[in-house]
Design a protein around this ligand. Structure first.
Ligand code: 8GP
Length: 822
């Protein structure tokens, strides 16, 4: 069916599209229809798409320059873009045209899309949020640039060998990437290391001069970001590091080829790999250098662009907004100070006033281990001038703000200082962010409240207006229109074409929630998506599952606070119940996991191993007659999420209350009609408000109860001894039942839940979780009830459109105007 929403924006019809693809196959790819591989066909299709993208890109950039628009610059160490082919086609309104053109050539568009490697330049939620946000910014027509790092290797590829995670390098651009454009004309030079000299100038002014020990070249790669409707095409600009002189020619001439390459290799290391840590600080010099490198390149780029239309810095803060996506780009603050003072000759207070207006900061986590700090000695060596500037900002802040509010209170000074005076002394990046930024936001109501009250209470007393909330969102273009086309077509048929831009339009669907005909259509699509996933599961893991079972999905990074171990414990208990009583009455259930663990996070990797080993035993056990299956999908990534989410019946959002800042998978799953089983944490709370508590299954301790229990003194042993099923399930892990001949291999799970104190209260929430699953079971058996719940979920998630998040940022923080592109 042709999607009525797709008014062709460009005058290309199917036949012309076809001709263009063939033309590119021959002239751009240098091959022929007879010889072309799928990869070549895919590249030729991308080249055709780019013809239109580039045209809009140029007109957007020209209009922004002409109108001298204020723009937001989204600084992020991660952009988890995934694949772009289908997304770009949908946003250009050309998906169906392209599909038909390829059909004429005996090719399947969906099949060609599989040729595209994921652009996995991020770890998880934070990186994917950045990708959704730049889609929304372009869709809404706001002038915006994304700035980040052009990692040669993105997040590692995960293989599962004998149940264990093995990390393999990711090479997303091994054979070239059709979406990126190199811009040698905008190369930047970035200083590092060296020393600072204080000089007395001819004008009788004392100045600081940084004599860097090294200069690195920053080469920009632009990824065009096309908004839905293709009016605006913004840019994601990613910096690649190179040696400033290709190699040392003299050393080379004297036969030292390897030595001459050393500097080159060192320089290129900076943008070589993404740090695979999710929510933990990586105390590595290279990471600090990465952060500085991309921030310095981006600020120089911003200043270069600004200077095209301005001769001084009076308008800078009116033109430029910089959003710091977590603390990773914090170094941009002293870097802008340095540029303005040392390079542009501004007074300290002038520069400081500009910085305070330009920067704002988003916090994504309360976990203390995730709050970045850097040893002072490292700063001294890598960025000596920046350390001086940080000291000056700190002194100014402690004197003018802290002392003024809390006179002679050293304890508060110690707490709020940018410098942590313990040994070794460290720079607290979050404090620098809060002190400078004019706005600090959390990413869900509850999280923003905890940011204010628990994380930064004194800062909140100093500047109550600084703190605000912007609840996260996801783009419905990728997470519904593109990944679940059948459901998208049903929605368009039912409520019209407006919903990808105004997701609230889906509220209309609620009218049909009780209509058996609509319910059948909705659930048939779910079944069809499940059938497609059954094939993927078989191909990826060899496991047979039935599409008639409940597909219960937990997809997210592996972390103890996200509690995959709670899910596993419940699986063990169900399995045991079935062994004890083969008639135990449950609807067949497939538990599906997708998750990567940080390579150095032992317990997380042990949990992956345990899921796989328990799964192997359960999946092969004829006694339970296929009522339970456990699937661990290897290499979880954006493109896999696009297959899993449309097929989910149940969405597992089971973090310990107070620990998940927001979550965004919870939104994607609800949008596709999955029922949430979740704690009152992060955005789950707001999802429950929107869909109604009758249409999701809430369990477990609340934030307050978690705090109370911890304050009282929590002992997991109490639950272990009080609940025979918990005890049996955990003791089972001491045996070799799941690892024949190798007893005790799964013991670390039990240890973390008992001996090490069960930090995330898994055992405390178990009974409530189990009861919630029983509710899921009986709800699912009432087909009409379940269908109604699923429809209401999809109908009620308008709030979680990332367009709404962007509008919130614009209103509260960025104050931008939309710009029409001629
Ligand atoms: C995540 C939060 O854990 C998640 O709740 C939230 O929805 C998401 O950010 C977007 O706001 N945090 C991270 O992904 C994170 O801290 N990643 C670290 C690698 C930097």
């Amino acid at each position: 069916m042709v999607n009525p929403m797709e008014k062709p924006l460009f005058e290309l019809d199917k036949d012309e599209f076809k001709q263009e693809i063939v033309h590119h196959l021959r002239t751009t790819l240098g091959t022929s229809e007879k010889k072309a591989s799928k990869q070549a066909w895919w590249m030729a299709t991308c080249a055709t798409i780019n013809q239109m993208l580039f045209e809009r890109l140029t007109s957007t950039q020209q209009t922004h320059l002409q109108k001298d628009t204020r723009a937001v610059h989204y600084f992020s160490a991660e952009f988890l873009m995934g694949r772009l082919t289908a997304n770009n086609l949908h946003n250009l309104g050309l998906y169906k045209t392209c599909e038909e053109a390829l059909k004429d050539l005996n090719l399947e568009l969906a099949d060609l899309c599989e040729q595209e490697p994921d652009m996995a330049l991020g770890n998880g939620g934070l990186g994917r949020l950045a990708a959704c946000f730049i889609d929304s910014l372009a869709t809404l027509g706001y002038p915006a640039l994304g700035y980040g790092l052009h990692y040669e290797h993105g997040l590692f590829r995960q293989e599962i060998r004998d149940g264990r995670q093995v990390e393999r390098p990711d090479s997303w651009r091994e054979y070239g990437n059709p979406w990126e454009i190199c811009r040698p004309e905008s190369v930047q030079e970035i200083p590092l290391y060296g020393y600072v000299e204080t000089v007395f100038g001819e004008d009788c002014q004392v100045r600081k001069v940084w004599h860097p020990g090294r200069i690195i070249k920053g080469v920009p790669w632009d990824i065009p970001i096309v908004g839905f409707g293709a009016q605006t095409v913004n840019i994601l600009r990613l910096w690649e590091s190179r040696a400033s002189n290709f190699f040392d020619w003299d050393v080379f001439n004297h036969g030292g080829y390897v030595d001459s390459q050393k500097e080159k290799a060192e320089a290129e290391t900076i943008s070589k790999v993404l740090y695979p840590n999710d929510e933990t600080e990586a105390g590595k010099e290279l990471r600090l250098v990465q952060q500085y490198f991309f921030c310095a390149c981006s600020l120089k780029d911003i200043m270069r662009r600004y200077k095209r239309t301005h001769t001084d810095f009076k308008e800078f803060a009116a033109q430029i907004a910089v959003q710091l996506n977590d603390t990773h780009p914090t170094i941009a603050i002293p870097e802008l100070m340095r540029e303005l003072i040392d390079e542009e000759g501004l007074e300290w207070t002038e520069a400081w006033n500009i910085c305070k207006q330009v920067f704002s900061y988003t916090n994504h986590t309360l976990l203390p281990e995730a709050l970045e700090t850097w040893p002072v000695y490292l700063f001294e060596r890598v960025l000596p001038r920046h350390l001086e500037i940080i000291y000056e900002i700190n002194a100014y802040f402690l004197k003018n703000e802290v002392d003024a509010k809390w006179p002679a209170n050293n304890e508060i000074k110690r707490k709020l200082s940018i410098i942590d005076e313990s040994n070794p002394r460290r720079v607290r990046m979050a404090n620098l962010c809060v002190i400078t930024s004019h706005k600090v936001n959390g990413v869900a109501e509850i999280h923003s409240k905890l940011v204010k009250e628990d994380l930064f209470p004194e800062f909140n007393q100093l500047w109550p207006d600084k703190f605000c909330n912007v609840t996260n969102g996801v783009t419905p273009r990728r997470w519904l229109l593109s990944c679940n086309q059948e459901l998208a077509d049903l929605f368009t048929e039912t409520v019209g074409t407006e919903w990808p831009l105004n997701l609230d339009a889906l509220r209309e669907l609620a009218k049909y929630a009780d209509d058996p005909v609509f319910q059948k259509k909705f659930m048939d699509i779910k079944l069809h998506n499940k059938e497609k996933l059954v094939k993927v599961i078989k191909a990826e893991t060899g496991i047979d599952v039935s599409a008639d079972a409940i597909f219960d999905i937990q997809i997210k990074r592996l972390h103890e606070y996200k509690r995959q171990q709670l899910n596993l414990l419940h699986i063990l208990v169900l399995y045991r119940r079935l062994l004890l009583n083969p008639e135990y009455d449950i609807h067949p259930r497939v538990f599906i996991f997708g998750s990567k663990a940080a390579p150095g996070y032992r317990v997380a990797k042990d949990i992956i191993y345990a899921i796989n080993k328990v799964g192997e035993r359960i999946n092969d056990d004829p006694r339970i007659k296929g009522k339970l299956k456990v699937v661990f999908m290897p290499n979880y990534r954006v493109s896999l999420a696009e297959k899993l989410i449309p097929a989910a019946d149940v969405s597992e959002q089971i973090s310990t209350a107070g620990y998940e800042a927001s979550g965004t998978g919870n939104m994607k799953l609800a949008m596709n009609g999955a029922i949430t089983i979740g704690t009152l944490d992060g955005a789950n709370i707001e999802i429950a408000e929107e869909v109604g508590e009758d249409n999701c299954v809430i369990f477990g301790l609340t934030v307050e109860e978690v705090k109370e229990l911890k304050a009282r003194g929590y002992s997991p042993w109490d639950y272990y001894y009080a609940n025979a099923e918990i005890k049996s399930a955990l003791d089972w892990l001491d045996t070799d039942y799941f690892t024949p001949g190798r007893p005790g291999e799964l013991q670390s799970i039990k240890k973390s839940l008992l001996d090490y104190g069960d930090t995330y209260l898994t055992l405390a929430d178990f009974a409530s979780y189990d009861e919630a699953h029983q509710r899921i079971n009986s709800l699912y058996r009432d087909k009409a009830r379940w269908a109604k719940m699923a429809i209401i979920n999809a109908a009620s998630v308008g709030k979680f459109n990332s367009d709404r998040s962007i509008q919130d940022y614009v209103r509260q923080i960025w104050h931008l105007d939309k710009c029409d592109i001629s």
